[in-house]
Write a protein that binds this ligand. Structure first.
Ligand code: GLU
Length: 473
């Protein structure tokens, strides 16, 4: 395919939804895979829903995720004259008409239709106005909108790249407002005009826009414009198959970033829920580069993409484990308030294997930099008792005093030293290591005593073992 052009066309109405990021990603991947262009358009014609600097957040996120667009973003609000011109053209051609009906009249019509269990639809009253009446209304400056003139009983269909043939009957389509009374276009008019003018070849967007597509197809026909190909992406779903919604968890991309999901992991996750490389492929980890090489719209699963947090955690954990400790520490520091970066690096080294997201670094890690508070009984291992636990802690302290600083330089060295001592003296592993671990962490579950001692260093380790003895006395 040549000259492929896709676009991401978000409305700046608030935070960027993870579904929006997925749409952007798929548009980007498809364009890059085909050496095409990926364009950005800000659909800001709904003045009532506009949120200030929502566009800036979109730019920031796309940049952060490496989804580079190839144009200077187009703002629809700067193109009002163009939409107006095309609306006028449709009126001239009889493909659209002025509608002077008041909001009250429309509300009444709607209520009646709903009461009669009919789908609410404009009744075309104004389509039948004589040119003289239209002129009169315009001169009297009666407020109006411009509506699409949908023909009766016409089959409108397209071949969707993802879902195959999709058909509508025009009887089920409302005479959509194209231009509002404030002179702003609606989504439908602006979207089609811009896709045409930007020479978009593939419209890749969420499934929620399917019912808009027949209206768009009519517009393409009325303007005699080349119709782009459409690919409607299945919804993102919760594991119970309900629509991914704020009620069940986070939906804003910024929330996921704030929790410490890595951008490569999020991209990997969003790409692979709902898309597979091919039958039999079990690959789950993909870099952006690899996705560009392999992405194919035809391999998108039509049945919906399950936003499975466990899978995201797994993928994120994978990327976290792949990182160098130094790099990972940098990313973890904001979650570890006011602690010495050297100590942070050690904590990160110990926790890296277990982290699912960066913010986990502050879960149960406080004991590394704050003396733990715990009940003395927790120190006693299974069938052991207070006296022998105390005795063991004293022996342990005496042994650790003999260790050199360099024995603390690596977890492995420290572990080997302590284990050799246990063996030589014939001490039970649980009898000695359980109280040691609790003395150091104050926790029922924690990293191994060697890992903790390594993070704490010799001095602090001895101090805590000593404190534990005092607790038991
Ligand atoms: N502005 C629409 C949105 O916010 C764009 C839909 C489309 O891609 O046509 O999703």
């Amino acid at each position: 395919m040549t000259n492929i052009k896709t676009r991401f066309a978000p409305s700046p109405t608030g935070y960027l939804h993870v579904g929006g990021l997925r749409t952007a990603l798929y548009n980007f991947l498809f364009a890059r895979h085909n050496q095409g262009k990926f364009l950005l358009r800000i659909e800001d014609t709904d003045q009532a829903r506009l949120v200030k600097s929502a566009d800036k957040e979109i730019f920031k996120i796309l940049k952060e995720f490496g989804l580079k667009y190839d144009n200077k973003p187009v703002y629809q609000s700067k193109r009002l004259k163009i939409y107006q011109k095309f609306a006028d053209q449709l009126i001239k051609d009889g493909k659209a008409y002025y509608c002077f009906c008041s909001p009250e009249k429309l509300a009444k019509l709607r209520a009646e239709q709903i009461q009669q269990k009919r789908a609410p639809k404009y009744d075309k009253t104004c389509c039948k106005l004589s040119p003289a009446n239209i002129d009169k209304n315009l001169k009297a400056k009666i407020s109006y909108v411009i509506r699409l003139n949908v023909p009766p009983n016409k089959e409108i269909k397209w071949n969707d790249i993802i879902r195959g043939e999709v058909k509508f009957n025009s009887n089920d389509i409302d005479d959509q407002v194209l231009l509002k009374s404030d002179g702003f276009p609606t989504y439908h008019l602006a979207n089609v005009v811009d896709d045409h003018e930007m020479e978009i070849t593939h419209v890749i967007r969420g499934e929620e826009w399917i019912s808009s597509t027949p209206k768009h197809l009519l517009l393409y026909e009325y303007f005699s414009w080349t119709v782009p190909q459409f690919a409607h992406l299945p919804l993102l779903l919760n594991p119970d198959k309900s629509k991914l919604s704020k009620r069940q968890g986070d939906v804003a991309v910024s929330d996921y970033l704030a929790q410490g999901y890595l951008k490569d992991a999020l991209i990997n996750f969003l790409a692979t829920i709902g898309w597979t490389e091919g039958a039999g492929s079990e690959q789950e980890i993909y870099s952006l580069k690899e996705l560009i090489a392999k992405f194919d719209l035809k391999r998108i699963n039509i049945s919906g993409a399950i936003f499975n947090l466990e899978k995201l955690d797994w993928i994120n954990g994978y990327y976290i484990r792949k990182m160098k400790v130094k790099e990972l520490t940098k990313l973890c520091l904001p979650y570890l308030k006011d602690i010495n970066p050297k100590l942070a690096e050690k904590i990160v080294a110990v926790e890296q294997e277990r982290l699912k997201k960066l913010s986990d670094i502050n879960q149960n890690t406080e004991f590394f930099y704050k003396e733990p508070i715990y009940k003395p009984e927790l120190l006693i291992w299974k069938k052991s008792n207070k006296e022998s636990t105390l005795e063991n802690l004293v022996k342990l302290e005496d042994f650790i005093i003999t260790l050199k600083d360099k024995d603390f330089s690596e977890i492995k060295t420290l572990e080997a030293k302590i284990m050799a001592w246990l063996k030589k003296e014939g001490y039970g592993v649980g009898d000695m290591l359980w109280p040691m671990r609790v003395a150091l962490s104050g926790q029922q579950n924690s990293p191994s005593p060697f890992e903790i001692a390594w993070v704490l260093g010799k001095k602090e380790t001895l101090k805590r073992i000593n404190q534990a003895q005092i607790k038991l006395k």
